[in-house]
Each structure stands twice: as C-alpha cells, then as structure tokens.
Write a protein that binds this ligand. Sequence first.
Ligand SMILES: C[S@@+](CC[C@H](N)C(=O)[O-])C[C@H]1O[C@@H](n2cnc3c(N)ncnc32)[C@H](O)[C@@H]1O
Length: 232
Amino acid sequence: MAGKLYGVGVGPGDPELMTVKAWRLVSTARVIAYLAANGGESTARSIAQPFFPDDAEQLVINVPMKVEREPAQAAYDDGARQIAQHLDRGQDVVMLCEGDPFFYGSFAYIFQRLGSRYETTVVPGVTSVSAAAAEMKIPLSARDDVIKILPATLEAERLREELATSQTAAIIKVGRHFTKVKTVLSALDLDSSSTVIERATHVDQNIRRLNDIVESDIPYFSTVLVKAEVAP
Ligand SMILES: C[S@@+](CC[C@H](N)C(=O)[O-])C[C@H]1O[C@@H](n2cnc3c(N)ncnc32)[C@H](O)[C@@H]1O
C-alpha cells in the first residue's frame, strides 16, 4: 500500500506557533521533506527542526529561485518524483511548509503533482499575515472590513488600483520590491498608515514604520500591513 503525503504548515517562525497536529506529525515522521531556495537554509526546516526524530530521513528539494519559471518547475518535478519514490515504498512523507501550505505556500506545487495520485492530508498553519497583525498589535478586521492580500511582485499600477479601494491590506513578497511598494503607498497617502515586519515571530523579528525605512530593499521574509484609519 502506498504511503500518505502530509503537507504540514509549521507557522511563521516561533516553533510554539506550530499546531499540535503539525507537532505530532513532525515528531513521529520517518521521512521529512522541505524546499531549500537556491540551496540555502530552509526556514520551514529551521522552525520544525527541534521536533525532528533523530533518525528521520530528510529529503531536501533544492529550488533555484529565478525570474524564469522553468528551473523551479523542473525542481518541483524532481522533488515530486523523489517524494513519490518513498510513497510507492509505503512510507509516509511529511512535507514542511512555512506558514500555511495553501497560502502562497510551495507545497501547492507538490500537491499539483501528487495530490491526485496519493492520499494527501493538508495541515493548515498560522500565516504570516496573522502573525504580523498579532505582533504589530493591529487588529486586522472587524464587521464588514475588506482585507486584500497583495503580492509586491504585481506591477505598480495594479498595486495602486488595488490599494486605492482598500482600507486594509497585507503586502507580501516585498523584499527587492520595497521601493516600488513605498512609492505606490506614498502616492496614495497610505505610507503613514503602513507598518513593516521582518521575520515575524522569529527571535530576530523587526517592526518599523514604513516611513522610517531608508533602505531600497528589505529581507524577503517581510510583510507590510496597511491599515488606514476610518472615521468612527
Ligand atoms: C511565498 S510566501 C509564503 C507565505 C506563507 N505560506 C504564509 O502562510 O504566510 C512568502 C512571503 O510571506 C511573507 N512571510 C512569510 N513568513 C513571514 C514572516 N515570518 N514574517 C514576515 N513575513 C513573512 C513574506 O512577505 C514572504 O515574502
């Protein structure tokens, strides 16, 4: 019988923000898979690592992060093939994902390739957006508020259109797009309503007002929360 595939959200950084289910699956896993961007450290691995069984096999899927999509797609194909080899031998595979697996999570790429072939369980995790709001102590939403999640990779004009009709937005994947994001927010007079968090809930977390940041880019694991004051 084939093994089961688990896509496990490990939360935004603090290992205590892993769910009990994520902790149980990780701490009893025989095979643990995770992605490593450009051969670097895997954030998901570093979050869950305190709970790895000593003898668990670790399956590292190296993904080249480039503007072109093809190299990453080939790496996901290869990663899915390696995971499938374990599943075909009857071994369960726990694949770690930073935050939530289906919220801009890379597990979706593996799920696309294997989800219809193998029994799969997806374990949701605390997202970076929830973590950012909690750490900034900015309540995200109430009543009929609308929240937008905007990837900073969007063109400036699209960001402008989306932000012009939103009182609350979380902008993710900011990193090297920071200057574009700041310019758009300033043009809409939303810069003073914007707060930036780097590495939310990690030990080196950093929170700054957008207008206090002078650098042209910021770390990839950064989120901007825009919350315009609305007259009561
Ligand atoms: C590919 S998305 C993955 C989102 C993740 N699956 C989640 O549930 O939050 C990566 C982006 O999420 C945001 N992000 C993830 N973890 C973060 C953290 N600990 N602090 C701030 N932003 C984070 C950043 O904007 C980063 O560029």
